[in-house]
Design a protein around this ligand. Structure first.
Ligand code: HEC
Length: 223
């Protein structure tokens, strides 16, 4: 059986009562000592719980865990399919496909994705966009941007390029020339290497299982 929020809440409550009762033993409920026992017991239990949950979260958000793929995911096709059991869209990692014409080793892929993250931080893309829900709401959320159907249907034919990665990279370097929305994205002067790294980061991020976030994206993406 998996340990979910309900088990954790019940366990924290029981432990608080048990440790409180132990610390307050022998005192009457009208005495301050009684309540002090529960306050100390509760604080100790919650501090321990926070500590455990922090490490549990770190494990769950690291690359190569159940929901966050390893960097080599950029060598694979990424699909987005409705999962009837979970009642949400989930990324599906498919067969291998070259990324910018080659297969990237784990080390190379990690370096490229990390560079993409640094480019995104250096240009403050979050001033306008959200990534995994963090940032501003001026422009679309970028968590699943790699899966946006517009790259295949609109941008690829318009730029006359062969692959989706080239389409996104070229578009990112020429946002002022090819607006696709009522709000415009400024040209942030990305070099070719920077644009490719950003695309790797976006592809990696789209493969993260985010419990269907952003909501309703799947309906557009699977059309
Ligand atoms: C000043 C605000 C602003 C900043 C800063 C900004 N963008 Fe944008 N971005 C936009 C707007 C507006 C759009 C929609 C414009 C369009 O599609 O022509 C957009 C669209 C996009 C798209 C297409 C999303 C999709 O699925 O349609 C991507 C990818 C993107 N931006 C990446 C970035 C990256 C990477 C950075 C940082 C290097 C960045 N943006 C910085 C405003 C911004």
């Amino acid at each position: 059986m998996g340990i979910g929020w309900l088990e954790v809440t019940v366990a924290a409550f029981v432990l608080t009562v048990v440790s409180g009762a132990f610390l307050a033993r022998g005192s009457n409920w009208l005495e301050p000592r009684f309540w002090k026992g529960f306050a100390i017991g509760g604080s100790l239990v919650m501090f321990t719980l926070l500590w455990i949950l922090t490490f549990d979260t770190l494990k769950k958000i690291s690359m190569g865990s159940e929901r966050v793929p390893s960097p080599t995911v950029i060598n694979h096709k990424i699909g987005y399919e409705y999962n009837a059991d979970r009642r949400m869209y989930v990324p599906v990692i498919g067969e291998e496909e070259p990324f910018f014409g080659k297969k990237w080793s784990e080390e190379e892929a990690y370096r490229l994705i990390t560079k993409g993250k640094l480019v995104i931080q250096s240009r403050n893309c979050m001033d306008c966009h959200t990534l995994l829900g963090n940032g501003a709401y001026y422009a679309p959320d970028l968590t699943k941007a790699w899966l946006d159907p517009k790259w295949e249907t609109m941008i690829k034919p318009m730029l006359k390029v062969e692959t989706r990665e080239e389409a996104i990279a070229t578009w990112l370097m020429n946002t002022d020339k090819y607006p696709t929305w009522t709000r415009r994205m400024p040209n942030l002067g990305l070099s070719k290497e920077e644009a490719q790294a950003v695309v790797a980061y976006l592809k990696f991020m789209s493969a993260i299982d985010t419990n269907g976030f952003p909501d309703h994206f799947g309906k557009t993406a699977s059309k």
